[in-house]
Design a protein around this ligand. Structure first.
Ligand code: COA
Length: 326
């Protein structure tokens, strides 16, 4: 049976660190509040000149190096992002240009924080159908440029970064076992960036109303996230006839430590089998899972034959899981 497997990963985070203590000087908040409510201690912030494709480029270079491949070997580039360089062209096309990956087709996916798993799901289908052989999937975000730094309810949450994975076909009994992607557009208002699109084109008025910044109803989103993720992971394991105890590692989207703990509790999974790095990066949306996956791979936390589960929830609303036998 033809499957796709991840042959290499890479990640990149900008150098500048913004700590909770720095935020205390910017808005009415405290390190204690942010730590208790989210688990976040610091996040990385891109410099003025960096755009999403620059972060994607660094992560992709690292993944190509790990795979011992040249950019010309890539057939398809998928970039998951909601903070792309510009509306047109896609960030994937800009990344293709930077990499010199001339042979590749390239497009973006907008599924917010679930974007990387959506990307894996699409790449997996292309590989299993025999359409493409080598696919680069990237999650890259610069949320700091779409964050309202005067809104304490959102500005403490987000960070910038990118992660990448390269997929290839395999006949072995390993690789991506299943992906599940879901959406509920009726709840779009919980998390959105209303300005700058065709609904509210940029004008003095949209800027005055700060519509060019991300808005989130955090508490309502939190409740839906916990309930939805619990069902998602239970269904994913059940459909694949796996018990939670057979999972070596859970790699959740890094939005909130309390959401991650609730998911782990539901599975009875000890926290040492859950990747948590939001204390260092905050919520990097589509980049959070590939960054965490890269760190897990590089620190020996995933080994051949291990079952690992990726899961995410985000704006749209969207949610998604990927079960992988490493
Ligand atoms: N510092 C201090 N106080 C803050 C604050 C901050 N940065 N942000 C909000 N508050 C205050 C609120 O004003 C509110 O005060 P009030 O009780 O006087 O009205 C209080 O803290 C509680 O706010 P609430 O929004 O109910 O907190 P919460 O426990 O829900 O935590 C989030 C807020 C955003 C951390 C949490 O809801 C969350 O993580 N949501 C989900 C995020 C997510 O998964 N998004 C999808 C993927 S991106």
């Amino acid at each position: 049976m033809l499957r796709s497997k991840i042959i290499a990963t890479g990640s990149y985070a900008p150098e500048r660190i913004l700590r909770n203590q720095d935020l205390e000087k910017m808005v009415d908040t405290s390190d204690e509040w942010i730590t208790e409510r989210t688990g976040i201690k610091e996040r990385r912030i891109a410099d003025e000149k960096q755009a999403a494709s620059d972060l994607a480029y660094e992560a992709s270079k690292a993944a190509l190096k790990g795979a011992n491949l040249k950019s010309k070997d890539i057939d398809l580039i998928i970039v998951a992002t909601v903070t792309g360089d510009m509306p047109v062209p896609s960030t994937a096309c800009l990344l293709q240009d930077k990499l010199g990956a001339r042979k590749a087709a390239a497009f973006d996916i907008n599924a917010a924080c679930s974007g990387f798993i959506y990307g894996l799901s699409v790449a997996d289908s292309f590989i299993r159908s025999g359409t493409y052989k080598r696919i680069l999937v990237v999650g890259a975000e610069i949320l700091s440029k779409f964050t309202d730094w005067e809104d304490r309810s959102t500005c403490v949450l987000f960070g910038d970064g990118a992660g990448a994975a390269i997929l290839e076909p395999t006949e072995e009994d390993r690789g991506i076992i299943s992906t599940k992607i879901h959406s509920d557009g009726s709840l779009w208002e919980l998390l959105n960036l209303p300005g700058g699109g065709s609904r509210n084109p940029v004008s003095k008025d949209t800027i005055k109303k700060r519509l060019h910044y991300l808005k989130m109803k955090g508490n309502e989103t939190f409740k839906v996230a916990v309930r939805t993720l619990e069902n998602l992971i239970v269904d994913t394991l059940k459909e694949n006839k796996l018990k939670p105890s057979q999972l070596s590692l859970l790699i959740p989207h890094q939005a909130n430590l309390r959401i991650i703990q609730a998911t782990a509790n539901r599975l009875d999974l000890p926290m040492d089998r859950v990747i948590v790095n939001l204390d260092r990066y905050g919520n990097t949306s589509a980049a959070s899972i590939p960054i965490a996956l890269d760190e897990a791979a590089k620190t020996g936390r995933v080994r051949d034959g291990n079952y690992i589960l990726l899961e995410a929830f985000g704006g749209g609303l969207t949610w998604a899981s990927a079960l992988i036998k490493w």
